[in-house]
Write a protein that binds this ligand. Structure first.
Ligand code: T1G
Length: 712
């Protein structure tokens, strides 16, 4: 085993280099070897000081997250972090100046190691942070105790509860780092260390006193942070635990505060919240790995783009490309349609500007990258075209037929269709290898998910290019198969089926939306439809009916179609599932008409209405998602369950701290999920048939994640 930590003496300074690619994560061996190297430096007469530095592109990106799965009980965790605390204390007690030299990222345990050093220097583009709450834990190596002493309680609270990295210049101003090194980091750090050695300067962060007024202000900041988190971190545990740990340090001092930190960390690390967030951390990185598309598959550079259709989606897609600095042609049939599209884009940028996220100059520069057109001029120069015309098969096929003629042979032809058969478009284009689905989610310039739909003949380099492009556009790209509704909308149809049926059975629109927002979704199914437009779903249902299909097995409620017939499309018409103050307004009130419509439909279907418990709403909807998700996997339209979780977290805001619908099903237990399916089949009908994969895993006492779920 190569050393994970190297030791050498340079210009009278011991240089300890952590070399555990790709991000120098603190695995147990790395911790041990750092400890040994620092103690070696203390004893080394040739060294008057010590510098800690990371090999490769970064300092230390934190503890090895995989290790946390080994911690089964809080006691396991407390024992392990007591060892870590003692190790960091030993480092801090080094009798020679100990300097952390930071480049790339110093995150989590990485920043805590740096804080146990006496001084920290960094490159100007380095970042430091305590992102642990994003993993459902808190800093567990003294960060909640040392950071407030370095940067003050307010800054520590922000960093430990929002988990965002801080750039070096800001960290310098906050006192987290002591110097920015321009030029070579190692020689700058060695020079700094020698200065401190000559000055016989050592500074133990744990001994930096809290001034009395700082403690008072700090405790007030803890209260204020807790109050704010009640709104922003509903249902979460870790952000509140981080506040309690910092508070304990302010009240009880370093040693007892550290004990409290270890206890709170231990409670968090074994929580379902943390397991869910750790699962998503790795699932988000797995989605980029497509089994038969090797990592070295050539991905093309996308320098110029075009979008066909300047409607809500087309406009948002054009903004996404412009925001990424890619010039984009935006085509629509006539100038009136174009002007409407451009006006919406301008309005969106005005909102962004009013929030201080862009300057007027930045808006003009970005909008200048969007070139409106009513012709195909210039389409022979672009690397990709995204078709975003109306969700109608004939219209899309004729568009692809045209695109096949006006673009370069190697130009990628992508469709933003949310449901329709990509292979039909591919055939119409005459070059199926270049055709792929790029399904954006509304609003396209905001939602982070990009469903990359692979057609029968889509080439591997088009898939590789799509994944790389997704990252460039600031999206999370997930490759899925080409079935009706792909993965996102195919499963959504079951979610909506249950929402409609629960309404007919006796639940109310407000109750269903409330229960699901309390569960952690940003908006409930009915609120979501009123935003997206009831007409969008209705027109897809009409198209499906015309080809003898429906979106989901089982009874289809007629209530949404009744609303469509009444012209109640949601927010945009001032009425949908709710009433709104005016068209376009977001202020909604319940509408007794909906109850009436539900009663009518229930009577027609011979359903005896009844009170519906909140738990049943969650159970029905999450079970429908998991059961259909299992089918999607066994049908081969999703590579792994994790891809589905990433799709639902980024596409529909499924609560991260529940891990996504498939991970959530595992926390319920697939035997219980199957029992629910069986019960629903008995109560409601055969359309509740269990997915064979679900039956098999439950029978084997496994989950979607206990072992790679393979198609039967
Ligand atoms: N542990 C294990 N693996 C890690 C890892 C980590 N901390 N960080 C990254 N990886 C893997 C990742 O899965 C991927 O693997 C590869 O490295 C490259 O990552 C004690 C308790 C640093 C900003 O939360 O945010 O410290 O897919 O694709 O885009 O109090 O990685 O190639 O097989 O993300 O350049 C706190 C987590 C831990 C930071 C780089 N630290 N990492 O981004 O590369 S908890 C974090 C990141 C802790 C202490 C507590 C990012 C990055 P593979 P990547 P990137």
């Amino acid at each position: 085993m190569p050393d994970l930590v190297r030791y050498e003496v340079k210009d009278g300074v011991a240089v300890v280099t952590i070399d555990n690619p790709p991000v120098n994560a603190l695995s147990p061996n790395v911790w041990t070897e750092i400890d040994q190297a620092v103690q070696r430096a203390v004893a080394d007469p040739a060294a008057e000081a010590t510098v800690l530095i990371g090999a490769g592109t970064t300092f230390i990106a934190g503890a090895d997250i995989k290790v946390f799965d080994l911690l089964k009980t809080p006691q396991d965790s407390i024992a392990r972090s007591a060892g870590t605390h003692a190790l960091l204390r030993r480092m801090e007690d080094s009798t020679k100046p100990l300097v952390a030299a930071i480049h790339g990222n110093a995150l989590g345990g990485g920043l805590e190691v740096a804080q146990a050093c006496h001084f920290r220097v960094a490159t100007r583009d380095a970042k430091v942070g305590q992102p642990e709450v994003l993993l459902g834990i808190i800093p567990g190596a003294g960060g909640t105790q040392r950071l407030p002493r370095l940067a003050g309680a307010q800054m520590a609270l922000e960093m430990c509860t929002d988990g965002k990295p801080v750039a070096a210049p800001k960290a310098l101003a906050a006192g987290i780092i002591d110097r920015i090194v321009d030029g070579d980091l190692l020689s700058g750090a060695i020079a700094f260390a020698r200065e401190k050695a000559r000055a016989r300067e050592i500074r133990k962060v744990r001994d930096i006193p809290h001034a009395a007024d700082a403690v008072k202000a700090g405790l007030a900041a803890c209260e204020a942070t807790r109050a704010a988190l009640k709104k922003t971190a509903k249902g979460m545990q870790a952000p509140f635990a981080a506040v309690s740990a910092i508070e304990a340090g302010l009240k009880l001092g370093f040693d007892e505060g550290s004990v409290r930190e270890r206890e709170l960390f231990a409670e968090c690390v074994v929580s379902t919240e943390s397991k869910a967030l750790r699962h998503l951390f790795f699932a988000e990185r797995e989605v980029a790995k497509v089994p038969d598309v090797p990592k070295d598959t050539p991905a093309r550079e996308i320098k110029r783009a075009a979008v066909v259709g300047a409607g809500t989606m087309g406009g948002g897609i054009a903004m996404t490309y412009a925001n990424a600095g890619i010039p984009v042609l935006l085509k629509d049939v006539d100038d009136a349609a174009l002007q409407r599209g451009l006006a919406t884009i301008r309005r969106n940028y005005d909102v962004t500007m009013s929030k201080g996220k862009m300057t007027a100059e930045q808006v003009e520069k970005t909008m200048a990258l969007i070139t409106p057109t009513t012709s195909y001029d210039g389409f022979d120069q672009v690397d990709i075209v995204v078709e975003a015309v109306f969700e109608n098969m004939d219209l899309k096929k004729s568009t692809f037929a045209e695109l096949g003629k006006v673009t370069r042979p190697d130009c990628i032809l992508a469709s933003n269709s949310s449901t329709l058969d990509i292979d039909e478009f591919a055939k119409a284009s005459g070059r199926p290898a270049q055709v792929v689905g790029h399904h954006f989610f509304s609003p396209a310039n905001v939602m982070k998910l990009l469903e990359i739909v692979r057609g029968r003949e889509t080439s591997k380099d088009v898939i590789a290019t799509s994944l790389k492009l997704a990252k460039k556009l600031g999206k999370v790209g997930v490759v899925v198969g080409n079935c009706f509704g792909f993965v996102a909308n195919r499963m959504l149809a079951y979610y909506m089926r249950e929402a409609y049926l629960l309404l007919e059975e006796g639940a109310s629109v407000e109750q269903i939306d409330r229960v699901l927002t309390e569960f952690g979704l940003p908006v409930g199914p009915f609120g979501m439809q009123d935003i997206a437009g009831i007409d969008v779903g209705a027109r897809i249902r009409q198209y499906l009916a015309s080809i003898g299909k429906s979106r989901a097995e089982g009874p289809q409620s007629a209530v949404p179609d009744r609303l469509f017939e009444m012209g109640r499309y949601g927010q945009k018409t001032g009425a949908g599932w709710y009433k709104y103050d005016a068209p376009g307004s977001r202020n909604r009130t319940p509408d007794p008409l909906i109850e009436q419509l539900a009663e009518d439909e229930a009577r027609k279907r011979g359903i005896a209405r009844r009170p519906v418990a909140d738990d049943e709403i969650i159970a029905r909807i999450t079970t429908a998602l998991a059961n259909e998700g299992a089918r999607v996997i066994e049908d081969g339209y999703a590579t792994r369950a994790g891809d589905i979780d990433v799709i639902y977290v980024y596409g529909f805001g499924f609560p991260r701290h529940r891990g996504g619908p498939m991970f959530y099903a595992d926390t319920v237990g697939l035997d219980r999920v199957l029992a629910r399916v069986t019960d629903y089949r008995r109560r409601f009908g055969d359309y509740w048939a269990a997915a064979p994969l679900l039956e098999r895993l439950a029978a084997e006492g496994r989950g979607f994640y206990s072992e790679a779920a393979a198609p039967a």
